[in-house]
Design a protein around this ligand. Structure first.
Ligand SMILES: [Zn+2]
Length: 246
């Protein structure tokens, strides 16, 4: 049988209190640190949203005459609103149906497209955004293909990570079993020439009649937008956890 004196009890009580302090204190400090970092990152993160194409360049057109440029803008606007609600700073390359070449209608469509892309790249490189998301719609001669796909440049590891996060984020929110993966492409100026991480999100195929209908549906557009945001937050959290581990 063990017999404790008052002195022993005081000693053990003191040891227990010190042990509790040593366990609890680092956790509460770490928690504060993570929360502080999280809110700072969200307050200062600035995202440039690029609605691809714009009159007179409608981009891809479905057999029913649905224009890519219109759907790109609808989804880009939804994305802007949702990101702003979450406290992110958001900028847009275009906010109406027109391209941003600054050229008049007398110019050839080729020169308008070329100047338009140059202006978008220059904006991305000078506006102070942390990264850019370029919204597009896909089209292919065989109508059987469907599903979103993200693209990144070989020049950007961060762009690759962002593309992978968005690819899986949309899978999460739509619940659609899309086997496509984020893909590296070359020779696409909007992501090759930008100095910030940049990704293209091809939201789906206008050449697939079922998907073309869905892409015009407000609820599906919202699911796509939520998926992109899910990817953005995955991308940012990974960045922060790497920072904290360091
Ligand atoms: Zn496009």
């Amino acid at each position: 049988m063990l017999i404790f004196t008052k002195k022993d009890l005081r000693f053990y009580a003191l040891m227990i209190v010190m042990l509790l302090i040593s366990i609890v204190t680092p956790i509460s400090l770490n928690t504060n640190k993570i929360e502080e970092t999280t809110s700072n990152a969200i307050d200062t993160t600035c995202i440039l949203i690029d609605a691809g194409h714009g009159e007179p360049d409608g981009g891809a057109v479905s057999v029913d005459g649905v224009k890519e440029s219109d759907l790109n803008l609808q989804i880009a606007n939804k994305l802007k609103d949702e990101l702003a609600l979450k406290g992110y700073q958001v900028m847009m390359t275009r906010e109406d149906e027109n391209n941003i070449s600054g050229l008049n209608d007398d110019s050839t469509i080729r020169s308008i497209k070329s100047q338009d892309i140059n202006n978008r790249v220059n904006l991305a490189n000078s506006c102070g955004a942390d990264f850019m998301i370029s919204i597009h719609m896909n089209k292919y001669e065989d109508p059987k293909y469907f599903g979103w796909q993200t693209f990144y440049s070989k020049n950007s590891e961060q762009g690759k990570r962002l593309a992978e996060c968005i690819q899986s984020g949309i899978k999460e929110t739509t619940g659609i079993d899309n086997k496509r993966e984020a893909l590296k492409i070359e020779g696409i100026k909007i992501i090759d020439k930008t100095t910030i991480p940049a990704v293209i999100v091809e939201c789906g195929f206008l050449s697939n009649s079922d998907e073309c209908v869905k892409l015009q549906d407000e609820n599906y557009q919202t699911q796509l937008v939520e998926g992109i945001i899910c990817g953005v937050e995955l991308f940012l959290k990974r960045g922060r956890s790497l920072f904290l581990n360091f």
